[in-house]
Design a protein around this ligand. Structure first.
Ligand code: FAD
Length: 417
């Protein structure tokens, strides 16, 4: 039969010695899922229905020791590593073909320290997991805007949400992290300990190690908040906003903070097909608005949107070299979200989103990329890191010289001549 009908996962798994896999599984408190196991298809499935990849193994970790065991196994066996937090990265980097998935989605414990006004959450927690616990005390940290998203990917690449203009990016709220680096060591990183690693983790997108827990600063937010949430017909807004049009939908008013944080969840169901890209804007002008209207009309799917994010505020107060996250000086971000159902429409939707970004990029106010709305990471890492790029490469070379945590569109270690 040969290997003609085998998936990359099956081929790669067949290259591993059964003794080595058995030895990994024997010491593992969580679960090792192999291509032959009944749970394999569930274990490799993620939120974006467009991603269909076949890893050799999925290591479902139950704690830090499992993460260490999986990292050591991957390094010794020469397996590519994918790390799964909340599984919501649009490029599907939580799963790979033929490698090992270090899956933290069972590691979701959250503990609030009321006296210190901090919260510690494990690396597989979602935004909803964290908000649920912190809101018991009328406290919140700055996270994103959809509760099912993982805190890990969101925070390591930035993290914009309802609180960003007041309290900064999610990564600006980090007090410390526990991280497993490529050598299998568990380190704590904060402003005081392993400060260089802490600098790079805040913006490095997971290139420097696997974060097993995040400690964030908390602020007094909720449990009730006042939200302004109105929808207008696009054809009416720009002509007659000042004349006072009636909103199509108006969800404004007093509401529970946890309801605000999950208000958009339904718009992004599991299994739909998604391709999202973003570009930063130095200011808004008519050309941007015209372009948004044009691409809104030409979208191949009615589910797709073009969104403008208002940034600035506390995000811009932090110096650009204080963390690895570079794009703090931009007033807005334009995101192009292609969302569709039909697999035959993949090409049309990808093309639409790519063209919208390419055309925006011709405008002088547009530049730079956000690691959390990456398309399929087509752009080079410099587009995210700006002048922080060289320092990120130095850290990658020091902490992951063999590029175990290989990520598309991210930094690579320097190779000696
Ligand atoms: C519905 C939806 C809403 C969103 N809303 C927002 C928003 O409001 N604001 C915003 O800024 N972004 C938003 N995003 C983007 C979101 O921040 C990214 O998709 C993010 O990567 C999701 O994190 P995750 O842990 O779920 O990702 P995963 O797919 O699990 O992981 C993505 C990558 O992050 C790294 N990673 C994951 N876990 C770890 C870990 N424990 N340690 C080290 N590296 C790790 C790995 O490199 C992995 O490949 C949204 C995305 C979706 C799908």
């Amino acid at each position: 039969m040969g290997s003609v009908n085998r998936t990359l996962g099956e081929e790669s798994f067949a290259m591993l010695s059964s003794e080595d896999v058995a030895s990994l599984a024997a010491d593992f408190a969580g679960e090792i899922v192999r291509p032959v196991d009944p749970g394999y298809d569930d274990a490799r499935e993620i939120w974006n229905g467009m991603i269909d990849r076949y890893p050799a193994l999925v290591a479902r970790c139950s704690g830090v020791a499992d993460v260490v065991a999986a990292v050591n196994f991957a390094r010794e066996q020469g397996l590519e590593v994918a790390v799964r937090g909340g599984g919501h990265n649009v490029a599907g980097t939580a799963v790979n073909d033929g490698g090992i998935v270090v899956d933290l989605s069972e590691m979701t414990a959250v503990r609030v320290d009321r006296e210190a006004e901090t919260v510690r959450a494990e690396g597989g927690a979602t935004l909803g997991d964290v908000d649920r616990e912190t809101q018991l005390f009328g406290l919140a940290t700055a996270l994103g805007a959809v509760s099912q998203t993982g805190i890990a990917g969101l925070t390591l690449n930035g993290g914009y949400g309802h609180c960003s203009r007041e309290y900064g990016l999610a990564l600006d709220n980090l007090v410390s992290v526990d991280v497993v680096t490529a050598d299998g060591r568990v380190r704590t990183a904060s402003r005081e300990r392993n400060a260089d690693l802490f600098w790079g983790l805040r913006g490095g997108g997971g290139a420097l190690g696997i974060v097993t827990s995040f400690e964030y600063e908390l602020h007094e937010v909720g449990p009730e908040v006042d939200a302004l949430f109105t929808w207008f017909r696009a054809d009416e807004v720009f002509g007659s906003l000042l004349e006072g049009v009636t909103p199509l939908v108006d969800l404004s008013g007093e509401m529970a903070y946890v309801d605000l944080q999950s208000m958009l969840d339904e718009d992004y169901p599991d299994g739909l097909r998604y391709y999202w890209k973003a570009i930063y804007l130095e200011e808004l002008d008519d050309a941007i608005v015209d372009l948004m209207l044009e691409y809104n009309e030409s979208a191949p799917s009615e589910l797709s949107t073009l969104d403008l994010w208002h940034l600035d505020g506390a995000v811009a107060d932090v110096p650009r070299d204080e963390t690895a996250f570079w794009h703090r000086d931009k007033s807005h971000m334009l995101t192009v979200e292609a969302n569709w159902e039909d697999p035959d429409a993949d090409d049309a939707n990808l093309e639409w989103a790519r063209e919208a970004i390419t055309e925006t990029e011709t405008l002088s106010v547009a530049s730079g990329r956000y690691g959390n709305f990456p398309g399929l990471y087509e752009e080079p890492a410099r587009a995210r890191y700006g002048d922080n790029y060289d320092r990120m490469v130095d850290l990658k070379t020091e902490y992951d010289p063999e590029n175990l945590f290989r990520l598309p569109g991210n930094v690579e270690p320097r190779v000696d001549d």
